[in-house]
Ligand binder design. Structure first.
Ligand SMILES: [Fe+2]
Length: 465
């Protein structure tokens, strides 16, 4: 009897395992780590060093300054007095130095007063050119450089880095270092929200916005970081007199939103090389008739895939996420916008928020009409791939708890810190790789060859490089 029960139990187990395998579309990495918290780097850490000299510019960072990528916004902070609102810039092979004018803003947040925050737009740049720029005066002048992208075109190769939820811990520093030292060089960073995590400190200690600005300067002063707002940018704290959402973020990080007809810096779009990048705001109104909805409704039909074949959407909260943490938080956004993403054949949607990595299959879940019961994601070759890359390494730590079994929409998931690279080769092919911080710089922990949705209906799984 006992033997028969054991056999029956074994048979049941086999069936359960087989069923789990059958219903399991993807792979959960065997690379399992503890969800121990990562500590912020101390204030006297080298990465936060204040540059020497009276009123020396600090927290220098750049972003694209217009729709077409002929402009760059340079931002910096002077601590003691406003100083000059201008900067000098020149092309690498030119003697002629030009001056660009900017604005200076300042804000108070609870008992904190910011330094003088400069935003200066350099316009009418040549494509594919290296420029140097000087900020500050006298002995405190600091020099940086950047390279403009090639003019937009269908087969222009270009490499984007992907980082989200970075914070300022030792792990954050590892993530940025790995991005910098990856032999595949990212030329522009797509940042999917949650920057400094200053709001995790008492009264949202805005000093941590300053330290974060100094931490990222080593990369963000030399290549554009394309900004997406996350929930940690809200800084909404009416309990101590700060009821205006996004106040520190919007003072510190300017984006070229008016150039794409947007009415808010929280959602906008840019063209860069062969990519069209749409930035959305998970924490602004996005229901029907809202400004964000109306803007996106106009925006998607504008995208010319012959000029910019790669249609990329950035948002903070993922629409497809199989971790227990933040599970289904992106559902309202999915209900509103997924059908458009399928209709306009978005290639890839990058999000953060979940402190882990996940890549979806090409799936959609748009058939449901309240009464028909069709509410399961299905394979859809017009749908984007959804990639969650909220694994920058902030002080809240990794999320390791996953929904089980792994849903069929989830192709690969792993709770490790890291960064991503989207290496666009031409109008049909782009190579995405995910790099975890524990590996050597060149190691790819997950990869996918993306086949452009507008230019080819070929399935990725059937493609060869
Ligand atoms: Fe978040």
């Amino acid at each position: 009897m006992g033997v028969r029960w054991d056999s029956a139990l074994f048979l049941v187990l086999v069936l359960v395992v087989s069923f789990a395998e059958m219903s399991n579309g993807g792979r959960t990495s065997t690379f399992v780590r503890n969800d121990d918290l990562s500590l912020d780097m101390p204030l006297d850490s080298d990465v936060f060093k204040v540059p020497p000299g009276y009123n020396a510019p600090q927290q220098v960072h750049i972003t694209q300054g217009d729709y077409e990528a002929n402009s760059v916004i340079v931002s910096w902070v002077t601590p003691d007095e406003p100083g000059p609102r201008t900067l000098l810039y020149w092309a690498e092979n030119s003697e002629l130095k030009n001056r660009a004018d900017g604005v200076v803003v300042k804000y108070k947040y609870f008992n904190y007063t910011s330094g003088y925050i400069h935003h200066c737009t350099i316009k009418d740049l040549e494509f594919d050119t290296k420029y140097y720029y000087d900020v500050g005066t006298g002995k405190a002048t600091r020099q940086f450089w950047f390279i403009t992208p090639p003019k937009s075109g269908p087969d222009v190769p270009y490499t984007f880095g992907l980082i989200g939820d970075l914070g300022q811990t030792h792990d954050s520093n590892r993530t940025l270092t790995h991005y910098e030292l990856n032999p595949i060089k990212g030329q522009t960073l797509l940042f999917v929200g949650d920057l400094s995590y200053a709001d995790d400190y008492p009264f949202h200690d805005n000093v941590r916005w300053d330290t974060w600005g100094r931490f990222i300067e080593r990369n963000a002063a030399y290549q554009p970081w394309i900004w997406t707002a996350g929930n940690h940018e809200l800084d909404f704290a009416p309990q101590f007199g700060e009821p205006i959402p996004f106040k520190p973020y919007l003072h510190r990080y300017h984006v070229p939103y008016t150039a794409s007809g947007s009415t808010s810096p929280l959602w906008y779009s840019i063209k860069r090389a062969s990519a069209y990048i749409i930035v959305m705001s998970s924490y602004s109104a996005f229901g029907k008739y809202t400004p964000q909805y109306k803007w996106l409704e106009q925006e998607l039909p504008k995208v010319n895939r012959t000029e910019t074949p790669w249609l990329i959407v950035l948002m903070h909260c993922p629409m497809y996420n199989s971790y227990a943490h933040h599970y289904m938080e992106g559902e309202t956004m999915r209900v509103m916008y997924e059908a458009w993403f399928v209709e306009y054949k978005v290639d890839v949607v990058f999000a953060g928020h979940v402190h882990a990595y996940e890549r979806s299959e090409r799936v959609s879940n748009i058939a449901y009409n309240v009464v028909n019961g069709l509410c399961t994601p299905i394979g859809d070759q017009s749908a984007p791939i959804y990639i969650t890359i909220g694994d920058g390494g902030n002080l809240e730590g990794l999320v390791t708890e996953m929904t089980e079994p792994q849903p069929s929409y989830s192709a690969f998931r792993e709770a490790s810190f890291g960064h991503g690279l989207l290496d666009i080769k031409n109008r049909t092919r782009a190579y995405f790789s995910w790099h975890r911080n524990q590996d050597g710089y060149a190691v790819e922990a997950d990869t996918v060859l993306l086949i452009n949705r507008y230019w080819s209906s070929l399935e990725e799984s059937k493609a060869t490089t």
